[in-house]
Unconditional design. Structure first.
Length: 283
């Protein structure tokens, strides 16, 4: 019996095998898994997971806010990754007997920590540390370049009704996009909002009179591209010549998902923000 005790202790201390069947419930988590070389282990993604191209070919398990629990169970995952959400997804998955881990990604610091956390969970710790170190270097480069440029007032719209300035949703404080704006030399005109993603009115925009307007239009659809043509986009803003950004041709139609994905492309998003805010000077 005494000889068995050390062996039993060794077994108890042995680390669990890395998960081999992983389901992702958010595009940012999917991108992180692929960036860490874990794509072959991914057995389920959302309808909105389009990057990289291999991710789009994985089995679909519904959407972030409306996951299909039956499809998730069909994939027999040994790990389900979840971001913070209002539908208590991690709790509901745990009740089904699945191992579900919630990964915070609201800020740049949390994004970097999430990459390292996923690396630890999946046995890819060294690669995760190398990836975050590379991202941090790229973010520092954006900060250094922005310091040499004049600061500009920026409005960032992440959603609105196509063809009209109705149903507008902007970027407020406490978000990673707000951090990217500031990192790129911008002053977020919605920084004083009590909400992370507040509703925005035309009156608010007229009062703030931003130097630059970054407008994603309606991105809440599967194709992930603007629903308006460039001409339609310009016609939406043309009536508001009293706005500094409109007069100066500084209203940008944004179509890059890297700007709204809190994952490994965050440095790419910061560089895009620098270029969109400062034009040629930011390239």
């Amino acid at each position: 019996m005494r000889k068995l005790i050390p062996a039993l202790l060794l077994c108890a201390a042995a680390p669990a095998a890395p998960p081999q069947r992983i389901v992702s419930t958010a595009p940012s988590l999917t991108e992180t898994l692929f960036a860490l070389g874990l794509g072959p282990r991914v057995v389920g993604v959302t309808e909105f997971c389009r990057y990289p191209a291999e991710a789009a070919r994985k089995p679909k398990i519904g959407t972030f806010l409306e996951p299909d629990f039956e499809r998730i169970l069909e994939q027999r995952p040994d790990l389900v990754l979840v971001v913070r959400n209002p539908v208590r997804l991690a709790e509901r998955l745990s009740q089904l007997g699945l191992r579900a881990v919630e990964i915070p990604q609201d800020t740049v610091a949390e994004i970097l920590a999430s990459i390292r956390q996923i690396g630890r969970l999946a046995g890819a710790g060294p690669r995760a540390r190398a990836l975050t170190a590379s991202i941090e270097r790229d973010l520092d480069d954006v900060r250094r370049r922005a310091e040499k440029l004049p600061r500009k007032k920026v409005l960032f719209l992440v959603g609105r009704s196509p063809g009209t300035l109705q149903g507008m949703v902007g970027v407020g404080p406490g978000t990673f996009i707000d951090e990217l704006i500031r990192m790129a030399g911008g002053v977020n005109v919605l920084a004083g909002s009590p909400m992370a993603y507040p509703r925005v009115s035309v009156e608010q925009i007229l009062a703030a009179d931003p130097d630059v307007i970054l407008d994603m239009g309606d991105f809440a659809h599967h194709e992930g591209k603007p629903l308006e043509t460039p001409q339609q986009f310009r016609s939406v803003w043309a009536p508001y010549r009293s706005l500094r950004a409109v007069r100066g041709n500084q209203v940008r139609q944004v179509s890059a998902e890297a700007l709204i994905r809190p994952g490994p492309r965050v440095a790419q998003g910061a560089r895009l923000c620098l270029e969109l805010i400062h034009g040629a000077a930011g390239r």
